[in-house]
Design a protein around this ligand. Structure first.
Ligand SMILES: C[S@@+](CC[C@H](N)C(=O)[O-])C[C@H]1O[C@@H](n2cnc3c(N)ncnc32)[C@H](O)[C@@H]1O
Length: 214
């Protein structure tokens, strides 16, 4: 008898997992390995997302959940922030190859990497960078539902703040296997969770970032 079953994994995520696995095997621990164009964009996304930490006391001790952590680039970024003296980090990814790449390089006792699509435990802050972008041939309506139910679940496991980015519908909608999201729609959606919701859409990438704070 099975006592614990895996969380339900929608069939359209199978291809997502395969593609990212293939990318990291081919390009290794590089931005191309997680389908980013370059490291400048990847780092800019991290800088923006980390804005949700502004105002924390100096040398704060925080816990972070990173949903779709890839090979662990956000962990390295956060670890280099002088203000984060004591960081406890959990990164999950649907791709076992990504998790292997992260574990191979990052040996810190403060970092856990796990192949999963749901966190076991809450954290102070949750980050999501690029994880909702590649939908392949999933219907937009299905993907929209999946993103929203995932955000709901992530919010339940977030003690202080959740920061995520998505591709912006106003910039492009190329029908290229990527999902372009309407910032206003997601801002309204996130306002159901909290009164403290911020949209950032004035940066030189075709995307937007939302912060939700408790
Ligand atoms: C564009 S990459 C970004 C990786 C990392 N956040 C970064 O910025 O370097 C998106 C990552 O999300 C992972 N991913 C996609 N859907 C996921 C899901 N439902 N659960 C967990 N990981 C997922 C992919 O395997 C991939 O590693």
């Amino acid at each position: 008898m099975k006592l614990f079953s895996k969380p339900h994994r929608p069939h359209f995520l199978e291809d997502v997992s395969l593609i990212f696995g293939h990318r990291v095997r081919k390009y290794g621990r590089t931005p191309a390995g997680v389908l980013w164009k370059n490291s400048e964009g990847q780092q800019l996304r991290f800088e923006l997302l980390a804005g949700i930490l502004d105002g924390l006391p100096v040398s704060a001790t925080i816990s972070v959940n990173d949903f779709g952590c890839g090979y662990g680039a956000l962990y390295e970024f956060l670890g280099n922030l002088p203000s984060l003296a004591d960081l406890t980090y959990t990164g999950i990814d649907i791709s076992g190859d990504m998790i292997n790449a992260a574990k191979k390089q990052i040996k810190s006792k403060n970092a856990i990497f796990k192949e999963a699509i749901q966190f076991d435990s809450p954290a102070d802050f949750t980050f999501v960078s690029g994880t909702f972008n590649l939908k392949i041939d999933a219907a937009d309506v299905l993907w929209n539902d999946y993103v929203k139910s995932t955000l709901r679940d992530l919010w339940l496991k977030t003690n202080k703040g959740l920061a995520f980015n998505m591709l912006d519908k106003n910039h492009h909608d190329r029908g290229d296997g990527l999902y372009y999201a309407d910032a206003t729609e997601f801002l309204d959606f996130c306002s159901e969770f909290s009164n403290d919701v911020t949209l950032i859409n004035d940066y030189p990438l075709d995307e937007w970032t939302i912060f939700i704070r408790r």
